[in-house]
Each structure stands twice: as C-alpha cells, then as structure tokens.
Design a protein around this ligand. Sequence first.
Ligand SMILES: Nc1ncnc2c1ncn2[C@@H]1O[C@H](COP(=O)(O)OP(=O)(O)OP(=O)(O)O)[C@@H](O)[C@H]1O
Ligand SMILES: [Mg+2]
Ligand SMILES: [Zn+2]
Length: 509
Amino acid sequence: MALAKVLSYGIIGIDAYPVEVEVDISNGLPAVNLVGLADTAIKESRVRVKAAIKNSGFKWPDTRITISLAPSHIKKEGSGFDLAIALGVLAASNQCNGEYLRNYCFLGELSLDGSLRPTRGILPISMALARYEPSQLILPVHNAKEASLVSDLTVWPVKTLCHTVDLLHNAGNYAPFKIDAEQLFKQHNRYTLDFSDVKGQYAAKRSLEVAVAGGHNLLMVGPPGSGKTMLAKRIPTIMPDVTLEEALEITKIHSVAGALPVKDGIMATHPFRLPHHTISYAALVGGGTIPQPGEISLAHQGVLFLDELPEFRRDCLEILRQPLEDGCVHIARAERSFVFPACFMLVCSMNPCPCGYYSDPRKACTCNATKIQTYMSKISGPLLDRIDIHIAVPAVQYHDLNDPGPAEPSDTIKRRVEAVRALQRERLRSDGIFYNAAMSSKQVKKYCILDDEARNLLKMAMAELGLSARGYTKILKVSRTIADLTGSDTIQADHIAEAIQYRNLNTMG
Ligand SMILES: Nc1ncnc2c1ncn2[C@@H]1O[C@H](COP(=O)(O)OP(=O)(O)OP(=O)(O)O)[C@@H](O)[C@H]1O
Ligand SMILES: [Mg+2]
Ligand SMILES: [Zn+2]
C-alpha cells in the first residue's frame, strides 16, 4: 500500500468536524510535505511522528511522503492529529494493516518516545463521532473518562503507538473502556468550600442569597481582608444543583479550552472564574485566529468574579455588556463568526477608596475626595447598570470570628434558593425567562405589585436618594426576589427597605 486514509477529528470554536488524514508514499528524495492549512503545532508533528515511529521500533520510510488533511479549506490546529498521521505512515509503508484503520477514529499527541499525551476537545469530538459510523475512538488513556461520557461511543484507550498497532491487529485481546456517566457525575458534583467556613457576615451572606435566588449580579465594596474573595468563592455552592446535561455543556467548553482537569474527565460543579485584572481582551472574551473560549465562557453556568473591579481595563469591562444581556458572546473572523455560550453571574469586588480604608473603623483613610471620586468613576456607567445589588462588606467583627459554633452550611441556603428559583420559573414561564433579574420593565410592572406602605416608602426613598429610573426598576426586581424568599405575593415595605440597602453605591453618595 502506498496510500493510507485515517479518520481523525478537529475542533473549530467549540464544535468538532471530521478530518481525513491521507498519507502517500512515493519514490523520490526523502521529504515530508504537509498540505491542508495546518498551524505550527501540526507542522511540528512531522518531527514528533518521525521520532515516535523510530523510537517505537518501526521504520521511517526514507522517501517522499505527502500528508494531507482534508477538508483543506478549514484551518487546523493542535497536536491531536499526531496518532492518525503516524498510523497513516505505518499503513502506507506496510508496517500496519490499513484495512483495520477504517473501523476507528484516532486522536492523540505523540511524545518523541512513542507514548501518547492527552489532547483538548475530546468531549465535543466524542459527541460528534457518536452520530456516525464508525463510532469507535482510539485515544490516549488520560482522555478515556471524558470520551466515555458519550454513551453511544466505543472507547479504546491506548498508551503508546506500539500499543495502538497491537490493538488494531489483535482487537480480540482488548476490551473497550466503559464508565457510568451518571456515577462519574455524582463523584464530582460536590464542592470543597462551604459557607459554614465564613464566620459572621450575616448581612453579606443574606445579600448573596438574594442575588443567587433572583439571578442578580453583585458588587461587594469593602476594605482589604474583609472576606470579599472568601464569600465570592462560595457562591457556586448555593446555586441550584448542576444537572448532568449542564455538566456536559460546561465540560465541553473547558475541554476545548484545555481547562478540564484531565483526571476527572468532567466538570460537574458551577465554575468559578477569577481572571486577574491585567487580563487581555482576547483572554477574557475569547480570541485567537481560530477563536477559543475566554474567561466569560469558562464561567458559563457559574460565576465570573472580577476582583478589584476598578483595576480592569475599560474596554474589557465595556465588552461584558452584550454577553450579560444575551448569555453568549459573538466573535467575528474573516471566514466565519463564532458564538460561544457565556451565561454567568457577574460578581465584582472593590475597595471603597484607593487606600482601601474609607469608612473602616480600624484604620484611617488617607485618600482625598478627588482621589475617591476618580476611583469610583472608573466603574460608573454601562457595566454598573447590569449590577442589581451592591453591598458593603465591612471587616468581620472580632466576636464573630471567635464564635466556635458552625455557621449555616451551603446546602441549607441552596435549598432555599432552589425553592425560590422554582417559584420564579413557574411565574415567568409564559414570558420565556427564568428569574427575576431577567424581567423587562413591562414584566416588572406586571409582577411587582406593591402594597400601600411599600409604595410610600419607595416614593420617599426615590426622592431622598435621587434614584434614577434604572435604580427604581432594580429596587423593584430585587424586592420581588426578597418577597419570594419570604413567600409573599405582594411586595411589602420591609422588602423594599432591604432592596434599598442594596443600592450601596447610591447611598454612599
Ligand atoms: N468572616 C470570616 N470568617 C472567617 N475567616 C475570615 C472571614 N473574613 C475573612 N476571613 C479570613 O481572612 C482572609 C482574607 O479574606 P479575603 O481574602 O476574602 O478578603 P478580601 O476582602 O478579599 O480582601 P482584599 O480586599 O485584600 O482582596 C480569608 O482568607 C480568611 O482566612
Ligand atoms: Mg480579595
Ligand atoms: Zn482611602
């Protein structure tokens, strides 16, 4: 045989597409030509594959070798085609039976010694492959769990190139890898952190509960060390449980971005993403010649935490508006445009002033009014419009820190949140939205019914705090969530009063 065909898969955006690897060996001076819009990593695969073949005890054909990756119009990237290329070379040079290759799809990067390394994007590839014949995948052992999440697929994990060739010739000696997806999901569907670790901070915890219950974005303002990061990291633990279907969606995005813990094979919890404030635009929203998901997509179904909000680049903050509205992000490239999921809860934190200690009883603030104003103005505007709740997180009280009793665990809070989410889903079903934060002003009018006392209080507060129409709608939405948490149909004065407290930035002046 001088021509071999091997099936592999590539990733574009967060989806997979079949790639046919063809290897032709013909007479001529030793040379390796690679055609089919390959990136540097694939071009380097010539070097890896040659070394792997030699070090596995096979012979590298010292003649003219042409490797083609089809379809040729799609740019390809990554090192996942190594195994397919190597087997193509072996089959074309009669060191492996080409007939056997037809029954499988091959993925995996090769080390120079012939062992296989894990690759990205296994879950979307497995999902795509399961729909067609042959639904049999040969891939590195490390990726076996992830591939087995797809039930209609037969998974054959291999350790080395030699192992692969042996499996092809003696398939009867091997058994495919199987795992119960439901069981794997349950194993990883728990958190290591818990709200019971946080002492005191009752007001802050309550506001986090309100925020998660109604799907509201949140900003925490407080001095250094007051526990803002500690609180934020525990938000996923009170979100309604991730379903297996959601877990697969989260896993898919993480897999494509190379952010999946390979040994777990699944992401079964709400993600918590904490990008540093020096992050680039592309890393935040997604980018690259062939775009990859950014932090906002990795935060899909979870929390995006922007610690020290005023330090982020202005353009990075501005770009968040559209995903916050639509739950996804559009990335345009010359050849085509991509849509990545990006439905996340935005949680931000900041100090009340540049030195951090404004209004803190423990330490005097050293900032003047102009400095504080400049600092605050960095976050004003469109992004703040998408945040319904801002709260002050003061330093934790000494007597609270020394309280030996356990605080309320995440599970208890989560159960309340789940009940209130169910209530909202039911009420908003005909509007096609799931939680209070997503209500339009028309829906706010329809669903936020105030009693007389509540109406008077809100009227007074509007005048005194100089609230805008936007602030008004937000107070109504948040008070709807608070009323739901109390099990009340109408919104009462104490619900409004609590919601007004969550306009901390307005009340701080
Ligand atoms: N309520 C609390 N209960 C128990 N420990 C706490 C509490 N608040 C703070 N701590 C302790 O203080 C440490 C600092 O908290 P954290 O880093 O969350 O503060 P921060 O508000 O994010 O500060 P910074 O503004 O410096 O980022 C925590 O790691 C934790 O050990
Ligand atoms: Mg912090
Ligand atoms: Zn200060």
